[in-house]
Design a protein around this ligand. Structure first.
Ligand code: GLY
Length: 357
């Protein structure tokens, strides 16, 4: 078992290891003393793990209630948020109580945002059950729902009270869901650490996901500690996401987040190489191809059927836009990326340069 501190205000710990759901009640007692705990989950994760979690909570002195919504990005909207808030009110949760997000990225985002809104903010614990939520979305306090205009357009920052990542949950993931999480892990390797990236080239992700999760979380914790509200450095974590969110939106959210981010990362890597933004020396010229090969090896797409014009149009609603400029994340080499502010009018050119059918 590994524990990674996140020194935000308030601080919390991310614990990673096997068998954590069975003992989640005991493990949470120091971060959130026994109270009413509303477990928010979805129609896929609930039948797998809800009973284990509620039994553990009750054994540790919590009063547990549960709310499940239909699984999938299509539920990440105002209607589900409203249902959750009404449920919390019906259960008479107070400010000393807590929400527990049991599931993947959609559950974590939804439950986190409900916790941030209800009574102007109550505590939220994250129990990530997918690789994507383990390596990325359960840590750092971003919560959100989608609006018709685009992804994650209404949300709040609410750091969790604790994160317990039970690596046994990864065993039940369908391969395509596991791959979706791998996209965020590969993204982290491209951002910060060539040796982490090399693990994916060598197939370590499947063999030792706990090691990869711990390294991704440790990197993200440092970024979030330095820039909790995404004023600067944290924008780097959006590598591949401007195009990725556009792909998700164009597909009506039929393409999962991780797969869309993988294609977005590949497009940005090729654009960077072709525009001469990659570090000029030696092997770095091959980095875009290394990134694409690794994504393919992991079962992820490196292209999209949506035309650059459609993607650029969809990206206009992106949060990373500020007036007539948009911040893109540019891979300079594997292990190092930079932020670049470009006029919105140039986004189509950048996407078109990296785009492949
Ligand atoms: N997923 C990007 C972030 O948490 O900032």
């Amino acid at each position: 078992m590994q524990t990674i501190p996140v020194n935000t205000n308030p601080a919390y710990a991310v614990t990673i290891g096997p068998g954590l759901l069975k003992k989640c009640g005991q493990m949470l007692r120091s971060a959130v003393p026994p109270c009413r705990a509303a477990v928010i989950t979805d129609s896929i994760v609930g039948p797998l793990y809800l009973e284990t979690v509620t039994e553990s909570l009750k054994a540790a002195g919590y009063a547990a209630a549960a709310f499940a919504f239909p699984a999938g990005e299509g539920s990440k909207n105002l209607s589900t948020l409203s249902d959750i808030l009404e449920f919390l009110a019906k259960e008479r949760l107070t400010r000393t109580d807590c929400l527990i997000a049991l599931g993947g990225g959609v559950v974590g985002d939804m439950a986190g945002f409900a916790a941030a809104c209800y009574l102007r903010g109550i505590r939220c614990v994250q129990l990530p059950t997918t690789l994507l939520s383990a390596v990325d979305s359960s840590v750092g306090g971003k919560t959100a729902i989608d609006l018709k205009a685009g992804k994650n357009l209404a949300g709040a920052f609410l750091q969790p009270a604790a994160v317990l990542c039970d690596t046994d949950c990864l065993r039940t993931l369908p391969p395509e869901v596991f791959a979706g999480g791998a996209a965020e892990a590969v993204k982290t390797g491209v951002l910060c650490d060539e040796s982490l990236f090399a693990l994916f080239e060598g197939g370590t992700l499947e063999a030792d996901p706990a090691e990869v999760i711990a390294r991704c979380v440790a990197y993200k914790a440092g970024v979030v500690e330095r820039d909790e509200k995404e004023q600067g450095e944290r924008k780097l974590l959006n590598l591949g996401h401007t195009v990725g969110h556009a792909i998700e939106k164009c597909s009506g959210y039929a393409i999962p987040h991780g797969h869309a981010v993988a294609a977005g990362l590949a497009i940005m890597a090729r654009a960077s190489a072709r525009l001469g933004w990659m570090s000029p020396e030696g092997l770095r010229q091959n980095d875009a191809e290394r990134i694409c090969s690794t994504l393919r090896l992991t079962g992820l797409p490196v292209s999209t059927e949506y035309a650059p014009e459609a993607l650029a149009e969809a990206a206009l609603a992106d949060k990373k836009r500020s007036g007539d400029a948009i911040t893109i994340v540019v891979p300079k080499e594997i292990g190092h990326c930079e932020l670049m502010n470009i006029p919105v009018s140039e986004l189509l050119f950048v996407i078109g340069t990296g785009w492949e059918a």
